[in-house]
Design a protein around this ligand. Structure first.
Ligand code: D41
Length: 694
């Protein structure tokens, strides 16, 4: 870079950094993520180092910490409040530990390890055990007097017993997450400004002029150190100092501990990282401090950071990137889901390129337009989210995407159901996207678990026209498969054998695999357990016809009562929504055709339904004998058990009912002898029908 270009860039960066400083520290309303700010700051510092002729005392790099807003009285810190150097990688930590150990001529030294609270550094000053003043850290030398707000923080002790004559306690004021949520909810309800995160909420609250306003904000405090060493207190370790502060009545983060060497510090980092999302306050890393105070003194500090401490930061959870496009994905049920396509960006420890935008209302609510610079967030293992656009970086002419008027894949009309945010393709299985998704779902691990039939193959099969409905995969042949791109004989034959293996699935996997709307894994399982056979599920679903014949049939009192007594509705997971979805599926000729074709190739395994404690046949013992032409004996038994009956193999005085099929022999004779009621197959089917089993 030539000198002129450097000068221009330095000036631009100074102006930009200064503007962000103002927004962050004075207005408590940052407009870019911290990591983005750090990048600008570092670029500026690097340029200033490379071009020292442009050094200036006015540069934001010459000031550490926050500017003084002028609204508050200034407080000069008797002992400057140092800043913490940062470590961003394991190597940085290893280097830090190595440097300290080499300087001290020691190995395996101990560190006080602490969560790094994402709050506001503060100094609390006590005289004769009385709280007299609180100041923000400010630039480390001079802070602001915020005694009036800090006095309202309930976890700050106002009176100490057994304290030295003078004591300055340092720590972080913060807003617990729960308090932050509640606070923002109230602000929203009152039409007031919400804060972007707990840190800014804490900063904004502390810098409130009106202490009663500060008092209504749920702030808290954790101590992490002291100013000058107090008189008459003999403490030789930082960990002991924290204990002493706790005994004096100061809150200290419960996660603090002691670790040995780089290995111990890194283990602590991992441990806290795992706890992070469940902790009640935001943290942005951990802090390691040489535990022995005499060693701290020996190490001293460089510029404004102690050589004996370092902050190990978690990877940034927010970053800026460009929203390149908003694509539309068509799901298995036809739902059109907008997806953000972004310039790849490293955030929260992974590279993010796509993020679901859920639905079109969400795009409008967030005002996201292709071309926008956006903030992307990814916390812990949470799915990435597009938080918001930076409006001041919006290109002219950027427009909200139009609502799709047709399916982007098959061109079919779309529908939007009232009160639902989703727009759906009406193409059903005409739509290749829905066909592909149906197949992918059917073959997926939790459904039929057909190994080798993944995303890519499903796409190829549908594209090549080999599979139009899931039933078609059972008709696939070797030549068809080997005709596909990149498909050798070996993989083709292993896929065919995997498909073959899926011909006798459990009932629950089969039901789940059909992809019936609103029938997830657990509902499928509940249906399978309750009904025991596919036919029974289908029959129960078809019994729903009268209730969904018109959209307000269920407003009829009598129908509503009958509905509540339906076998399907007895399942805990199943209410009107699932019932309607099941009915729609089993009454739609398109899905019926697929199911019937599928049942020629696949035999879902019937299972013994879980006995119903309060079924219509509860307490009755039933004996099955002879041959039934309409179903296997175990299925018949399963139906009876589902109705609460106990199925027994032998007739006795305790038998309540005998079902006698063709060619029944001695059991039938015995029942007649004992005068026990006997029904034939037709009677049995009528009984099952009466109770909604078929
Ligand atoms: O929890 C924190 N945010 C925290 C901040 C902590 N646990 N320890 C800290 N220790 C220091 C030194 C080592 C310099 C006394 C700190 C900070 N400083 C700090 N907070 C803001 C600037 C510096």
């Amino acid at each position: 870079m030539d000198m002129d270009a450097a000068k221009a860039r330095i000036d631009a960066l100074r102006a930009e950094v200064a503007a962000h400083d103002h927004r962050y520290h004075v207005l408590d309303a940052p407009s870019i993520p911290d990591a983005e700010y750090d990048k600008l700051f570092h670029e500026l510092r690097a340029l200033e180092a490379a071009f020292p002729m442009y050094a200036s005392p006015d540069s934001p790099t010459q000031r550490v910490g926050a500017p003084i807003s002028g609204d508050f009285a200034k407080v000069v810190h008797a002992v400057p409040m140092l800043s913490l150097a940062n470590a961003f990688s394991e190597q940085d930590v290893v280097d830090f530990v190595q440097r300290a150990q080499t300087a001290l001529g020691q190995t395996n030294i101990e560190f006080s390890v602490e969560p790094k609270i994402d709050g506001l550094a503060m100094s609390l000053y006590y005289v004769d055990g009385r709280f007299v003043r609180a100041a923000t850290r400010g630039d480390g030398e001079v802070g602001e007097d915020v005694t009036h707000s800090v006095r309202t923080i309930r976890s700050v002790p106002l009176k100490l017993t057994g304290a030295p004559a003078e004591l300055e306690v340092r720590g972080e004021a913060y807003m617990p997450r729960a308090g932050f949520e509640a606070f923002n909810q109230r602000a929203r309800a009152a039409g007031e400004r919400e804060f972007v995160n707990p840190r800014n909420a804490a900063a904004g609250s502390i810098r409130q002029q009106d202490p009663s306003a500060a008092a209504s904000r749920p702030l808290a405090f954790f101590a992490y150190g002291i100013g000058a060493a107090p008189d008459g207190v003999a403490i030789s370790r930082h960990s002991a100092l924290l204990r002493w502060l706790r005994e004096l009545g100061f809150p200290v983060a419960p996660e603090v501990g002691v670790a040995t060497g780089a290995t111990g510090c890194l283990a602590y980092f991992t441990e806290i990282g795992q706890k992070r999302s469940s902790m009640p306050y935001d943290i942005d890393g951990v802090v390691y401090k040489v535990d022995r105070l005499d060693w701290q003194r020996e190490l001293g500090f460089i510029s404004r950071s102690p050589r004996w401490a370092i902050a190990h930061k978690f990877p940034a959870e927010e970053a800026l990137t460009t929203l390149e496009a908003i694509d539309i994905q068509v799901g298995r049920t036809g739902a059109l889901t907008p997806v953000a396509r972004m310039t790849p960006v490293f955030v929260g420890g992974v590279t993010v390129t796509n993020a679901t935008l859920h639905n079109f209302d969400e795009i409008a609510r967030k005002d996201l337009r292709p071309g926008d610079t956006v903030i992307v967030r990814r916390a812990g293992d949470v799915i990435p989210e597009v938080v918001r656009p930076l409006l001041d970086r919006r290109r002219e002419g950027a427009a909200l995407p139009a609502l799709p008027s047709a399916c982007p894949v098959c061109g079919s009309a779309v529908e939007r159901i009232e009160d639902e945010a989703v727009i759906r393709c009406t193409g059903g299985l005409v739509c290749p996207a829905q066909r592909r998704e149906a197949l992918r779902h059917y073959a997926s691990r939790k459904a039929l678990n057909i190994e080798g039939v993944g995303d890519k193959l499903c796409e190829q099969l549908v594209e090549a026209g080999l599979v139009n409905s899931i039933a078609d995969i059972y008709a696939l042949t070797m030549p068809q498969l080997t005709g596909l791109d990149r498909m050798g004989e070996r993989s083709a034959s292993s896929i065919l054998s995997e498909i073959d293996k899926s011909r006798t699935p459990s009932l629950e996997r089969f039901l789940f695999g059909l992809g019936i709307r609103d029938v997830g894994e657990s509902t499928a399982k509940a249906l399978a357990r309750h009904f025991g056979s596919f036919d029974a599920v289908r029959a129960a679903a078809l019994r729903m016809a009268p209730y969904f014949a018109t959209s307000d049939a269920l407003k009829d009192k009598a129908l509503k009562t009958a509905f509540a007594a339906e076998p399907l509705i007895q399942i805990p997971d199943v209410g009107p929504v699932v019932a309607q979805s099941l009915y729609s599926f089993f009454s739609d000729p398109r899905s019926v055709a697929i199911v019937d074709a599928l049942l020629l190739a696949v035999t879902p395994q019937s299972q013994v339904p879980a006995a119903q404690a309060d079924g219509p046949l509860s307490g009755q013992t039933v004996v099955l004998t002879g041959t039934l032409s309409s179903m296997a004996r175990d299925v018949a038994g399963a139906h009876l058990e589902a109705l609460g009956a106990k199925v027994s193999g032998s007739v006795s005085k305790k038998t309540h009912l005998v079902v006698a099929g063709a060619e029944a022999g001695s059991k039938l004779a015995k029942a007649q002898e004992l005068g026990i009621p006997v029904i034939d197959e037709a009677g049995f089917l009528a009984l099952l029908a009466e109770h909604g089993r078929i």
